[in-house]
Ligand binder design. Structure first.
Ligand code: 5AD
Ligand code: SF4
Length: 497
């Protein structure tokens, strides 16, 4: 009988991808994913370190899980408890010290070694506990098995594909360069192979992932058969070249049946010409970009070590909109970074007003031990709270007006899951808006045209055209990628938010 593996995933989409790959690595050992911790043979918490009090939350979850472990032991069995991800990377030894019922701690770069690690903790009579938070010289991507269809949370019409990992930017507030390690780009051929298998398994949309995804610079082997008139040997000379993300996206867009491509998360400095051009002429590349700016003040941007100014960001947005006029923008903001004055904050509001965002995330600065900004004099929490409320009000109004502008339009929606209400399906518009629509379950995984009739704060709802086709599909099921029609698109740059 299969052993039950329960993985609880926190944080970003990269963790969702990693969790699915952990399930792949453990499958040959007889583990199969389950949806509940009860009765599990192994529980993995795949953790995130980006939010405040991240490790405290992990410790309290570990406390709750203890019951399952004790129950298992009382029944004469053994449940393995593992902590993975960025909290594990940052606090490996501390976890083993403070949570004696944890068996295994491993970081984002070592989960390909899971079979050995599991073997070591289960193989001996004495209870062994292990931590592996090294940054190995081998790349886990070279050693992971081919992914399989599993219940690991990365399956269905819309899936994630990790193409790049780690970060060399060292923004002064951020833990990622320490928890995920140095920047690494997977070779093109590996990514193409994985994407093709995902499409064969039913994916229609792929989101390319990386902590700094647009810094992608993967090796591409271009085969150039050598002329062999003179000799008996036929040798294929291969030239190794490096491709940027724009070039990779063009190649991925060639895959038959892959209708939608997205990528996240990007740094403004790495928005190069080729990538911006791809937004203009690769129809499968969706007109939505999450491009964190963090602040609109040059002084703060410099203290954050972002290495660009507010006007550089404005210019990038202009170039993106010149390439793809309907592109919808999203961003991340930090308020109350050490030293941020009222004037600096006003510059952030003015950048938001100038750019116009379709959605955005905003956070109060919170010090992360080990990062340079953590040691600087801090802004008072009440000030942070006030600034955050003001910023969120402005961003919320922009999001509402972006969503309102969709009402009355037909939008192509990829139906990805059941909706909240019975008989409903949910999916996303090209602009990343969640859309709810009354639709039969057999349309799962289909791109359909939806007439939007209502905008809610965080989503849209609409209707399919009545069925008129003999095969029972709505007449407006889109089988080809949607055409780019800028004129039909809500635009924030044309009016006040
Ligand atoms: N404090 C507040 N927000 C942070 N982020 C990252 N580190 C911190 C921090 N120390 C935010 C940034 C980043 C997003 C993923 O989380 O805005 O883009
Ligand atoms: Fe962190 Fe992103 Fe800066 Fe890298 S570019 S250090 S991941 S905020």
């Amino acid at each position: 009988m299969a052993k039950k593996l329960f993985i609880k995933t926190y944080g970003c989409q990269m963790n969702v991808y990693d969790s699915a790959r952990m399930a792949d690595v453990l499958a040959p050992l007889g583990y199969a994913p389950v949806d509940s911790p009860s009765g599990a043979d192994m529980i993995i918490l795949n953790t995130c370190h980006i939010r405040e009090k991240a490790s405290e939350k992990v410790f309290s979850e570990l406390g709750r899980l203890r019951r399952f472990k004790d129950e298992r032991q009382a029944a004469g069995g053994r449940m393995l408890l593992a902590v993975a991800g960025c909290v594990a990377q940052a606090e490996g030894e501390e976890i083993l010290k403070r949570a004696p019922h944890v068996d295994l701690v491993f970081g984002p770069q070592t989960y390909h070694r899971l079979p050995e690690l599991v073997e070591q903790v289960t193989g001996s009579e004495a209870r062994t506990r292990l931590s592996d938070t090294s940054f190995p010289t081998e790349s886990k991507f070279d050693l992971l098995p081919e992914e399989r269809a599993h219940g690991g949370g990365n399956q269905g019409p819309s899936v994630f594909l990790s193409v790049q990992e780690g970060c060399d930017k060292f923004c002064s507030f951020c833990v990622v360069p320490y928890t995920r390690g140095a920047e690494y780009s997977r070779p093109v051929a590996d990514i193409m192979g994985e994407a093709e298998r995902m499409v064969t398994a039913g994916a229609v949309e792929i989101t390319l992932l990386g902590q700094n995804v647009n810094a992608y610079h993967g090796k591409a082997e271009t085969g150039v058969p050598a002329s062999t008139k003179t000799g008996a040997k036929t040798r294929a000379k291969t030239r190794a070249k490096t491709w940027g993300l724009g070039r990779l996206i063009r190649q991925l867009a060639e895959i038959d049946g892959l209708h939608r491509l997205r990528y996240t998360t990007s740094h403004p400095l790495d928005m190069d010409d080729e990538l911006i051009a791809a937004h203009g002429d690769v129809p499968a590349l969706m007109p939505f970009l999450h491009l964190p700016v963090q602040s609109g003040s040059d002084r703060v941007l410099s203290a954050m070590n972002r290495r660009h100014g507010a006007d550089d960001y404005r210019r990038i947005v202009e170039r993106l909109r010149a390439a793809r006029p309907d592109i919808a923008l999203s961003s991340d903001f930090i308020v109350g970074f050490p030293g941020e004055t009222q004037q600096d904050f006003a510059a952030t509001l003015s950048l938001v007003t100038d750019v116009g965002f379709a959605q955005a995330y905003s956070f109060k600065y919170s010090p992360r031990p080990g990062t340079p900004a953590a040691n600087l004099p801090q802004v008072a929490d009440a000030v942070k709270a006030e600034r955050l409320a003001m910023l969120q009000q402005l961003l919320g109004a922009q999001q509402a007006s972006f969503n309102e502008a969709s009402v009355g339009r037909w939008l192509p929606v990829l139906l990805e899951r059941e909706g909240r209400l019975p008989g409903q399906m949910a999916g996303r518009s090209p602009y990343m808006q969640a859309v709810h629509v009354k639709a039969p379950a057999r349309l799962l995984g289909k791109l359909v045209e939806v007439r939007i009739d209502k905008a809610h704060p965080n989503s849209l709802s609409g209707q399919l055209e009545p069925t008129t086709r003999r095969d029972g599909m709505p007449a407006r099921t889109v089988l080809d990628p949607p055409a780019q029609e800028a004129s039909k698109t809500p635009s924030l740059s044309e009016g006040p938010a």
